[in-house]
Structure formats: C-alpha cells, structure tokens
Design a protein. Structure first.
Lengths: 81, 287
C-alpha cells in the first residue's frame, strides 16, 4: 500500500483509538459531532506529522485541515506531493 | 510600555505558560532552568500550545508560532539575566531551592530590575530578604494555564514600593492581564483557602466518604465551580500542593494545615496529576 493509500485507514484508526464508539464518514466533521474536544486537534496534528513524516507549516495549522479523514488525506497529499 | 527583556527562572508548567504569554505580548524572554533537557521540553510544550492556540483562534495578521518562539532564548546559566529589566521566578515551592535561586538572581541582575516571585505560599517578605533590593521585590501569583487566565494575585511584601507595584502592573497590562494587590502573609488569599480545601477534599477521599468524581461533581454542580478541588489539584500538580501545604503548616504552626497522609502517599508514589498523566484521574493518552 502506498503512503497516500494508508492515510485514511491509519487516521481513522488513530481517531477510533481515542473515541472508540464514534461512528463517522470520511467526509464528516469529527469536531462537529460533539464528542471530540477541540484540544484533540493538536494530537491529530502530531500524529499526522509523525506518521506521514512532514511538518505542518504555520499556515496549514487550521481546523479545516484536520476536521475530517478526507481533509487530512488532502493535506498529506498536498504536502508530500 | 515598550517591549522588555524579561527573565523567567524555572521552566516547569508555570514558567512555560509565562514565557509563552510574555513572548506573545512582544517581550524578549530569557528562560532559565537546570538542564538543556528541561528547557528543550519546555520549548516543545510552548510550541504545541502556540500551535493549538493558532488552530483555535485563526485571526488574520496574528503572529505565527515560529515568530513568537524566536523571542524566547534558553539558558542554564544566570549570566544572561544581566540584560533583564524584569525577572519572574517560578521554581519548586521549597525554601532551600528558592533561597539558592534568589541569591543567584540577585547577584546577576541590574540594580534597577524588578524581581517577582511567582510562588504558591512562601512569604514574599522572606524571599525579598535574600536580596539586596527588597523594595524592588514583589509577589506575582499567576494562575494556570497562564495564557488563558486574565487575573493575577499581586503581593506587596513589607518593603515593596509603589513604583515596584506600578512596574508590575504595566507589564501585566501588556499581557492583557489585570491584578488584585494584597498584603503578604504565607499562602496570600488564594492558596491559604484553596490548599486547605484541596487537602480536606483528599481527606474525604481517604476516609471513603465519596469518590473523586463525586467530590468534584458536588463542587461543580452544587456550587457552580468550573472545576472541583481534586481535578484542580491534578491541574496544579500534587507535588506542588504538598509542598505548599507544608509551607503553610511550617509558617503558621497551625495543625489545620497538616497534609493529608493520602496526599503524601500519592506524591511518594510519583502520582503528580496531569503533568505526568496520573493523579486523582488518569490522563494517559494512547498513541
């Protein structure tokens, strides 16, 4: 599996590990579901940096880049292209 | 007031928050602690906090985390404090530690610098007595997390002048903070009451009267407090709670400040609260 193909399942697994009972689609805003505290956003940033080996620039530190599985996949695609 | 050079001595939870707030206000910060390792960890925590703050408050034109971080320099030596117009000390709440740190600070800073102790309970007059400039020493008791708390308890020690208080107020204003000025007695207002409350809450737990969740829920739902005493203790750090209550016990020689044996046991077992993920609650994050 290529790195890009891994992004969605690995990100989903990471979120599920913290919020076991949360069901969400790839395009769903996980923060809008009401269970995920916005403080989790930074853990997601650090997970993405560590797992997909790039640094999230200051200008990419936006909730919309981390609010859904699809958004994370888009960001990784753009930054590792 | 323009931007200043501010020394922050002690890079624990309070020192980190303070360094971040000062740098965000445009001041140049000299952050001092015992080892490079502690300083590196502090900078990582500050960077994470700045990054999260940017994500949660995306304002156009706000400074980037990397720009803010550039204003913080780290040092394991006290020499760079000779540049500082203001120094705020945040080391462990133990007299021996405070005493040795304050002697070093006093030896390095300029005559016109203002020195503040960000301490939990130790008398500011006693701290000031270790320096050659007691009129320029005051207490500034910041709340945790520093970047989010707009109010500071400022303590006027026996020799503190109006000018010293005014300089501290002006610095706080640049950080968008206000203060309430009180007189100096160990624990001041905040911790003379809070530490007793936390200690008694731990006795309740030890005596099996209620669970930690129940104790906190009563304070939150019955009194409308944002946090109960045990979750507050986890946020402050159980080691700091123990050291503070010991200071109160020694200072007043009053048995009402005797530390709860369960608190001592938890600190001996290495349960410090949020800072190491285990206290009255478990904060372990699976990665």
């Amino acid at each position: 599996m290529s790195l890009l193909e891994e992004v969605k399942p690995r990100t989903r697994e990471f979120i599920k590990r913290h919020f076991r009972h949360l069901d969400f689609a790839d395009d769903e805003d996980i923060f809008a579901l009401g269970f995920v505290n916005s403080l989790f956003a930074l853990q997601l940033v650090m997970f993405v940096e560590k797992s997909f080996q790039f640094t999230v620039d200051d200008e990419d530190l936006r909730m919309e880049n981390f609010q859904s599985i699809n958004a994370v996949a888009e960001l990784v695609k753009r930054k590792t292209a | 007031m323009g931007s200043k050079v501010v020394g922050v001595v002690g890079a624990g939870v309070m020192g980190e928050g303070l360094a971040q707030s000062l740098a965000q206000a445009g001041h140049r910060v000299i952050l001092i602690d015992l080892s490079q390792e502690i300083l590196d960890r502090a900078l990582t925590n500050i960077r994470n906090s700045l990054r999260l703050s940017r994500m949660l408050n995306p304002q156009e034109g706000a400074e980037s985390p990397s720009e803010v971080l550039k204003r913080i320099t780290r040092s394991t030596e006290y020499g760079p404090l000779s540049d500082a117009q203001f120094v705020i000390e945040n080391v462990t709440e133990k007299w021996e530690t405070k005493h040795s740190v304050w002697c070093k600070i006093d030896a390095c800073v300029r005559d016109d610098s203002v020195l503040a102790a960000n301490t939990s309970a130790i008398s500011i007059t006693r701290i000031a007595s270790t320096t050659a400039r007691p009129s320029r020493v005051l207490g500034m008791h910041f709340m945790n997390p520093v970047p989010l708390k707009p109010m500071v308890e400022v303590i006027r020690a026996y020799h503190t002048t109006e000018e010293t208080i005014a300089t501290a107020k002006a610095l706080l204003a640049t950080m968008n903070k206000e203060c309430i000025v009180v007189q100096d007695m160990p624990g001041f207002v905040s911790n003379r009451v809070l530490m007793l409350t936390v200690n008694e809450a731990i006795f309740l737990l030890q005596d099996g009267v209620a669970s930690a969740e129940q104790v906190d829920a009563i304070f939150r739902s019955c009194f409308g407090h944002k946090m109960g005493p045990l979750e507050t203790a986890d946020l402050i750090g159980l080691d700091t709670i123990l050291y503070s209550i010991e200071v109160l016990y020694e200072s007043y020689n009053d048995s009402k400040y005797r530390p709860c044996p369960l608190l001592k046991k938890m600190v001996d077992a290495g349960l410090y609260g949020r800072k190491n993920a285990r206290g009255f609650y478990n904060y372990t994050v699976e990665s």
